[in-house]
Design a protein around this ligand. Sequence first.
Ligand code: FAD
Length: 413
Amino acid sequence: DTVIVLFNRDLRLHDHPALAAACERARTVVPLFVLDPAVPTGRRTSFLLDSLTDLRAGLREKGADLFVRHGDTVAETVRLARQVAAGAVFTSADVSSLARRREQRLAAERIGLRLFPGVTVVPPGQLRPAGGDHYRIFTPYWRAWTQTERRALAPVPAQITVPDDLEPGKIPHAARWGAIPGGETHARERMRTWIGAHLDDYSDRHDDLAGDRTSKLSPYLRFGCLSPLELAGHGNEPFIRQLCWRDFHHQVAFAFPEIARADYRPRGHRWRDDSDATQAWAAGQTGVPIVDAGMRQLLAEGWMHNRARMITASYLVKHLRVDWRAGAAHFFELLLDGEVANNSGNWQWIAGTGNDTRPNRTFNPIRQAKRFDPGGAYVRRYIPELADVPAALIHEPWRADRPIPGYPPPFSL
Ligand code: FAD
């Protein structure tokens, strides 16, 4: 019979359990992606389209194709299922409330929906603490996560047979945005070169803002151009720990679908509604160089170093006392890796409404800057106005004798 494989955040051929299972079970397989206007892609559009083009090329090498449809994912999947008389629809289970609703609607259509793992290393919900449905604290989760048995990597199908009379559908063009090109081919290349060059010093260098030594694989993981399980198999402990953080936030989002809207642990915060402060923060004009450098990196590149994400987020919620939801919305819109579970989970962690065991912690931006950008190279890279400020004052330019032309005094310290 025929099985549809509905692609979503799993735009790859390597270690794709749903695709491998479909090829094993059915003679004819229909790889499908639906461009759905209900799924906001913002700046991620060109990355997504690049990834689809690459996936299509990979499938064509196997004698197949990627069938692309436009519209409501459920309606288009059902329509195609009827058209090709599909016996089942296989897809990778996801965690966001949008994805979960879609899975429920597909299941209700009685088209033989089957969910497969692949979006995380360990499927959300697999690990449960005694007496609870999910882990709320990272360290015990990490312990259980490292000890649990992993599934085997799914094999890449050698050959895939698709119906020969089916219109493939067009992948639209979009101007490339950002410096990170989408697609599994680039993802695997980046994985290989980064592991070869930088994995060994990840532990020592990952917090060096100017050195910029982290993997930058996050957009690929976000769209599933890389299998997190496969990547974990190549990592060392400090790196794998980060992949575990990703799983951790995904299992929280799975258990608490309101993660993007509601406080995970309400602690009675009173946020200020201050649009001037929020705008200055978003524009990289707070007058605190390390904060502005991070926010300008986000504007320019659609990506920000993790240390800078923590500093800028903490500044918004702890110094400006603006609601974390405003910050998370801005990040979500601009990040190439923007994604509900990691974004909201990390924002809530910083805001003290999430899983942090020290909810009152505040990152001191000046101390953080001196520690993680000691020479000021990161700040100078993104704030040309500060190019000539001497190193001793680069993180506190307000201490200079004269104001710096074109650079504002600090909003709040
Ligand atoms: P590496 O250091 O090379 O780590 C490898 C992978 O581990 C990353 O690609 C990512 O998938 C995962 N990872 C690393 N750190 C974290 C973390 N703290 N939480 C969850 N997963 C992690 N990450 C996103 O993917 N999407 C987001 O929308 C997002 N929003 C964030 C918002 C805030 C306020 C903060 C503090 C962090 C956010 N992160 C988010 C997590 C983290 O900053 C990025 O995953 C990381 O910077 C990506 O760069 P990298 O691939 O070079 O990371």
